[in-house]
Design a protein around this ligand. Structure first.
Ligand code: DAH
Length: 315
């Protein structure tokens, strides 16, 4: 019996033999029942045999369980010398990357991020921005009109109106988003993106505006002290209005953004008293900043959805 137990190699067989021995009518059970007929020595011997067999079963059970475990581990062995499968990692779109950077710079200056609807009404896209119906400045933007008179937002300036309406003053915000105009060539896409900044409080001046623009452009392009050229310009929603040029790679001037002191009419349209509060606004092309930063010649590449371009451009 002892040999038999030692030679068993699987738990089912062991269990069967255990039942045949210690089960209800098992050989040992039957013998134990008749123990009373035995003399003292024989009883003691039977007790020992019973004890020994039970222990043997237990030991063999542990041995078999360990063997099964080891065989499993053996099969699962990791071969760390194998080459890893090539990883197909995605990359963030350059616009997304530049947005993360732009937002973190502006947020570090205390501007909070706002968004707004891409289908805008006439009030937020034009009228509240001091561009009422038939104002000649409407021609500056080739607008997509919807049949109900709404428009595809032509400028993120609409977001500053919504922000002032909802949050009031003082306010320091930036708006980001898609904008739409009927134009298309290497530097214009019918859908593009703008970033808009607005800071209204009691003592905000043009020099605060220029300081923030300078600090922002220096940080974004990683240039110690950017060279800027400030030109007078015209936007209906600012007065005075300026355009800012940036000296690019030490040689040519690039027109980079529009800005100005927010026109009193715009403040009034948002329920703000221009005799108490004033401030500045600025707007620039998010795509244009990204094109300059990553040295991309054609804005349309942003929207081609060509994964090879994304992969190979090393963003
Ligand atoms: N909305 C202007 C545009 O799309 C850009 C702009 C100019 C925004 C001056 C401003 C600003 O906030 O002050 O051409």
């Amino acid at each position: 019996m002892q040999e038999q137990i030692k030679n068993i190699n699987n738990l089912d067989e062991l269990q069967a033999l255990y039942t045949a021995t210690f089960g209800k009518n098992g050989t040992m059970t039957v013998r134990l029942k008749e123990m009373k007929n035995l003399d003292n020595d024989a009883r003691a011997a039977l007790n020992r045999e019973n004890q020994t067999l039970r222990e043997l079963f237990k030991v063999r059970q542990t041995e078999i369980e360990n063997a099964v475990l080891m065989a499993g581990l053996e099969k699962q062995k990791l071969d760390v010398s194998l080459n890893p499968m090539p990883e197909n990692r995605g990359t963030l779109h350059p616009l997304t990357q530049s947005l993360t950077e732009i937002a973190s710079i502006l947020e570090s200056f205390g501007y909070t991020m706002h968004t707004g609807p891409e289908i805008e009404d006439d009030w937020h896209n034009f009228t509240a921005l001091n561009t009422p119906a038939h104002h000649p400045a409407r021609d500056m933007q080739d607008t997509f009109f919807l049949p109900n008179g709404n428009v595809l937002r032509t400028q993120t300036s609409a977001i500053q109106i919504r922000a002032m309406e909802s949050d009031g003053v003082p306010i320091k915000m930036f708006g980001i988003g898609s904008t739409y105009r009927k134009e298309m060539d290497a530097t214009h896409s019918p859908m593009f993106h703008q970033i808009e900044g607005l800071y209204i409080d009691k003592n905000i001046t043009m020099s605060d505006l220029i300081a923030d623009i300078r600090a922002f452009l220096s940080r974004f392009f990683g240039i110690d002290n950017v060279e800027l050229r400030i030109r007078p310009s015209y936007f209906p929603f600012t007065d005075p209005s300026i355009e800012v040029d940036l000296k690019w790679r030490g040689s040519k001037w690039l027109e980079i953004m529009g800005a100005g002191m927010v026109h009193p009419n715009v403040l009034r349209n948002c329920g703000i008293d221009p005799n108490v509060y004033q401030g500045f606004a600025f707007g620039f092309g998010w795509d244009r900043l990204a094109m300059l930063k990553y040295n991309l010649p054609d804005i349309r590449q942003f929207y081609d959805s060509d994964v090879r371009w994304l992969k190979n451009s090393g963003f």
